[in-house]
Design a protein around this ligand. Structure first.
Ligand SMILES: *Cc1c(COP(=O)(O)O)cnc(C)c1O
Length: 229
């Protein structure tokens, strides 16, 4: 794809984000754009990098590693896919933020690896608020055990929550889930006496509603890069 088309779309997303922030009475710099680049080429990422985008989200370990090699060192990579415990060693310390922490088992594997490497890994806990059986994300009933572990961990640093709401035909239907994620975050902060500043929610179809409900990271792929093969 023509780099100027990509850059135009990217600027359109940034403009819509700023407008949504303004309408919600939030400072625009409080909300960051994660460009979700899975299935798209290193060249396409490079075109956005040249325009100034620094945060890119990838879902698959091998694909992410190949792109890390191909792009400048100051790209901030976020891993947003479902991470298997046996792949933890590829992600720990190479990704700025892991969005999909969804089990105690994965947290324990991360702790082991980060201790070995002497690194700190920032994470978001992905919550399955709608209790969809086929989706990743931890159920609210299983949160206390994971939260207790994270509060004590010195190498796995808990930064907030992440949500993929059920698929709806209109963004307004996702809004209650965004609001619920923010309330859950507020409750966890009070209960554990810590700060969980990040709320990763909102994608191509619903990032405006997510920003109005408190998102700090929106994950946008299709609207920037086009449809995935
Ligand atoms: C692919 C993906 C996105 C991007 O979705 P779009 O609808 O293409 O913007 C966002 N978040 C996650 C977790 C994804 O896997």
């Amino acid at each position: 794809m023509d780099a100027s088309v990509l850059v135009d779309r990217w600027q359109g997303v940034l403009a819509d984000m700023a407008e949504a922030a303004r309408k919600a009475g939030r400072p625009p710099e409080e909300i960051r754009l994660l460009a979700v680049s899975k299935f798209h080429s290193a060249e396409a990422i490079g075109a956005l990098y040249a325009a100034g985008q620094r945060l890119f989200g990838e879902n698959y370990v091998q694909e992410a590693l190949a792109k890390m090699d191909a792009l400048p060192r100051d790209v901030e990579w976020h891993f947003i896919g479902h991470l298997q415990t046996n792949k933890v060693r590829f992600v720990a310390g190479t990704c700025a933020l892991l969005h999909g922490l969804d089990s105690l088992k994965l947290a324990q594997a991360l702790q082991k690896k980060t201790e070995e490497l002497g690194v700190v890994q920032d994470v978001l806990v992905q919550v399955n608020l709608a209790r969809e059986s086929q989706k990743s994300g931890i159920l609210e009933q299983d949160l206390p055990a994971l939260a207790g572990f994270l509060v004590d961990s010195r190498t796995v640093r808990w930064r907030g929550l992440m949500l993929i709401p059920p698929v709806f035909d209109e963004p307004e239907k996702a809004r209650p889930y965004f609001a619920a994620l923010r309330s859950l975050r507020d409750a966890l902060e009070r209960r554990y006496g810590l700060e969980l500043p990040e709320l990763s929610m909102g994608m191509t179809g619903d990032f405006i509603a997510a920003i109005q409900e408190g998102a700090t990271l929106v994950r946008v792929g299709t609207r920037i890069f086009g449809a995935r093969a």
